[in-house]
Design a protein around this ligand. Structure first.
Ligand code: PRP
Ligand code: ZN
Length: 283
């Protein structure tokens, strides 16, 4: 049995559960429960505050966890970062009242900065030779300047909406963060294997992101040209059609180049093009 800690509520909760579900691990709706079991994978989910996840994993209360890199870096507990998950992207930035003139990091010398991330901020200031007063506050950091508690803030920025609403302007970024899968350093062999299995599934889901499965019909003699249009992919599957002289081509195409490729394929005579979404790519 592998125990995974995920955020009980907040920006990572839904994406974490969705990732598990795409990996074929369904969890009974555990919103009210602290601990929930999966029916189809030897996994149980422990719902925690994101701030507590690194410690829970380092102590072995949970074997693995999904949490923002920002929390891992801030808390400094000894955990292994196994995999970056690509969601929950945000940055930790310094922001100042928007009317203030800003001429570089030296601005912060002697200033009071409110933040929930004092460790990351003090390392950032140290690296850059800035001496400022760091005020740790637990929440509502963004209102600190307007109520006179601080001159500036250091906080999570995602869309930037919170800063705008509070008349603040982002001036420096200290850390780019996203959700990561972390693991304890002393997992048993059985748990290591479950983790490897889970990771294998997660990677299959990730590979399929942004990929489309394309089927099209093409006259036989156009196949070499079609293969030239579709370089970089393993050789496409080619099946003969009942209709004399025609083949069906099946290929996986990245969404980004989907329309360009389709236009090129149409130009050489491709017909009946079907684009399907792709769930998993297993290697
Ligand atoms: C963060 C941060 C801001 C907001 C920024 O809080 O403290 O309030 O998100 O997001 P935006 O740029 O999209 O407006 P969050 O909701 O993550 O809660 P937490 O920091 O208490 O975990
Ligand atoms: Zn938090």
């Amino acid at each position: 049995m592998l125990r995974i800690a995920i955020q009980a509520k907040g920006r990572l909760n839904e994406d974490s559960l969705e990732l598990l579900s795409e990996a074929g691990v369904s969890i009974e709706n555990g919103k009210r429960k602290l601990l929930a079991r999966s029916g189809d994978f030897p996994l149980e989910v422990l719902y925690l505050r994101d701030d507590d996840i690194p410690q829970a994993v380092s102590m072995g209360v949970a074997d693995v966890g999904v949490v923002g890199l920002n929390e891992v870096e801030e808390k400094g507990f000894d955990v292994e970062t196994v995999h970056s998950l690509g969601f929950g992207k945000c940055r930790l930035s310094l922001a100042i009242p928007k009317a203030e003139a800003y001429d570089g990091l030296g601005y912060f010398n002697g200033k009071r900065i409110a933040t929930s991330y004092p460790a990351i901020l003090s390392r950032f200031f140290e690296r850059n030779g800035i001496e400022a007063e760091i005020h740790e506050i637990a929440g509502s950091v963004e209102i600190a300047p307007s109520v006179g508690m601080a001159d500036a803030i250091f906080d999570i920025v995602s869309s930037g909406g919170t800063l705008v609403t509070n008349g603040l302007r982002e001036v420096e970024t200290a850390l780019h963060s996203e959700a990561v899968l972390i693991a304890g350093r002393t997992l048993s062999e059985e748990k290591r294997q479950l983790l490897a299995q889970l990771l294998f599934r997660i990677e299959a889901v990730e590979r399929s992101r942004g990929m489309k499965y394309v089927l099209l019909n093409l006259p036989h003699e156009k196949i070499p040209e079609a293969i030239r249009i579709l370089p970089g992919m393993k050789s496409p599957t080619i099946l003969p059609l009942a209709q004399e002289g025609w083949s069906s081509i099946h290929v996986v195409i990245n969404e980004k180049e989907l329309w360009t490729k389709i236009e090129q394929l149409k130009a050489i005579g491709a017909e009946d093009i079907l684009v399907l979404s792709l769930e998993k790519m297993i290697r």
